[in-house]
Design a binder for this molecule. Structure first.
Ligand code: HEM
Length: 410
């Protein structure tokens, strides 16, 4: 699965992808289609007839129904797009351990092995690492001047270094790992450059698996190697590491970048948060709902005829979850287009739902709590360094956000 802009553009009508005016509201096509039903027919550029689900209950119904499949090998339909921003597929397109694209029971075993590695002790250790990483990067920005691009200086390194911790990447290799990850996942770098970085990353992870097999350490990758019975193959381990990288990197980075942008553009909300830092957890859930960065990236294929809401979905049809709309379903939220950090907490769809619901959500919450919290506390004067209209948006990307966020704190 690649994250090139064309993958989205090629298939979806432009008005469902490109924002106009407000960078935080769903694209205009989604807003115009409001009131046209919680499950709507949608014809893609390649002529395929699909269904788009805009209602929260209907989206949950699809995502918790085993008759809808995530399997891209059994259902290689071009319209069945990749979820959660996967990096380029390994050479040969194998999917040995790409459990995000599998159905139970294969999915169940691999997912359980990984959740078993998210122990309370490891999560605590990660939290203190995240704080160190955040503070160190804030100090580096300050030391370098009074302006920075928050994306490369802060939002990208945090999840990247957290994944290094999880996989047990040596300190000496981290700069190379980070550089290649950033290039491989960045659609603004050239195709050749991305392919080269992707291959290098793939080779790097293969070497890492071999190294952890030979000499296990106290990291999740070593845990996966040594706890699984029957053991996982090298191909499965490499794929699982790539799933973590693909699902945990761009997502968190864009929540940090776009989340900061949204708060800076809503000074009343930022003020409320600064006045009462205890609101931070609530604010994060509200930002997840309001920003819904996985735009139209969660998809399924019906394996049987299924009725969803009052629509009959035929076997073989692709269903696209319109997360930005489902998270603004007026049946669930009052005044859903408003960012309101005081809003009572209601469960949203930003982490998906059902058996594939985000496996890293607790970690993502810690990264956001620490990442946003430290930034707001340590940079009280933080503001945009350019007019908001000049902030380049990741419109065409599976994971929405900002390509860069020039800020100043002087
Ligand atoms: C799955 C969102 C951070 C690991 C998902 C899915 C969504 C999502 C919507 C479901 C995909 C589907 O149903 O097809 C997010 C968001 C994040 C985030 C918005 C940040 C704010 C992370 C982090 C990690 C992670 C930090 C781990 C390091 C995963 C994995 C899956 C997943 C492994 C696949 C689970 C499965 O297939 O069983 N995520 N994610 N995510 N996420 Fe996250």
């Amino acid at each position: 699965a690649d994250e090139s802009p064309t993958a989205m553009r090629r298939l979806l009508p432009a008005d469902l992808v490109e924002r106009d005016g407000c960078p935080f509201d769903p694209p205009p096509g989604l807003r115009q289609r409001r009131g046209q039903g919680a499950v709507q027919p949608l014809t893609l550029h390649n002529g395929a007839s699909t269904w788009m689900v805009t209602g929260l209950d209907e989206a949950r119904a699809v995502l918790s129904d085993p008759r809808f499949s995530s399997d891209r090998v059994r259902h290689p339909d071009a319209t069945h797009q990749q979820a959660a921003g996967q990096p380029a597929p390994p050479p040969g397109g194998r999917t040995d351990g790409m459990f995000i694209f599998m159905d139970p029971p294969e999915h169940t075993r691999l997912r359980r092995l990984l959740t078993g590695q998210f122990t309370v002790r490891r999560m605590r250790a990660l939290e203190s690492h995240i704080r160190d990483i955040a503070v160190e990067h804030i100090e580096a920005m300050r030391a370098a001047g009074t302006e920075a691009d928050l994306v490369p200086a802060y939002a990208l390194p945090i999840p990247s270094l957290v994944i290094c911790e999880m996989l047990g990447v040596d300190y000496a290799d981290r700069a190379r790992f980070q550089r290649n990850t950033a290039i491989a996942l960045d659609s603004t770098s050239g195709d050749d450059e991305r392919a080269r970085a992707g291959l290098e990353l793939y080779g790097f992870i293969q070497e890492l698996v071999a190294a952890k097999r030979a000499e296990p350490a106290d990291d999740m990758l070593s845990g996966l190697i040594h706890d699984a019975d029957p053991p996982l193959t090298d191909a499965q381990l490499v794929d699982m590491a790539l799933v973590l990288l693909g699902a945990g990197h761009e997502t968190t980075a864009n929540m940090l970048g776009l989340g900061t942008f949204a708060l800076l553009e809503h000074p009343d909300q930022l003020g409320a948060l600064r006045a009462d830092p205890a609101l931070l957890d609530n604010a994060i859930e509200e930002l997840l709902r309001y920003l819904s960065i996985i735009q139209m990236g969660v998809t399924r294929v019906a394996t049987e005829d299924v009725k969803v809401g009052d629509v009959e979905i035929a076997a073989g049809a692709t269903v696209i979850i319109a997360t930005p709309e489902a998270n603004r379903d007026p049946r669930h939220w009052n005044d859903p287009d408003r960012l309101d950090v005081l809003r009572p907490r209601t469960s949203h769809l930003a982490f998906g739902h059902g058996v594939h619901q985000c496996l890293g959500q607790q970690l993502a919450r810690v990264e956001m709590r620490v990442g946003l919290g430290e930034l707001l506390t340590r940079m009280p004067g933080l503001r945009l360094a350019v007019p908001a209209e000049q902030v380049p948006l990741r419109n065409e990307m599976l994971v929405f956000g900002v390509h860069s966020l020039p800020v100043t704190w002087a």
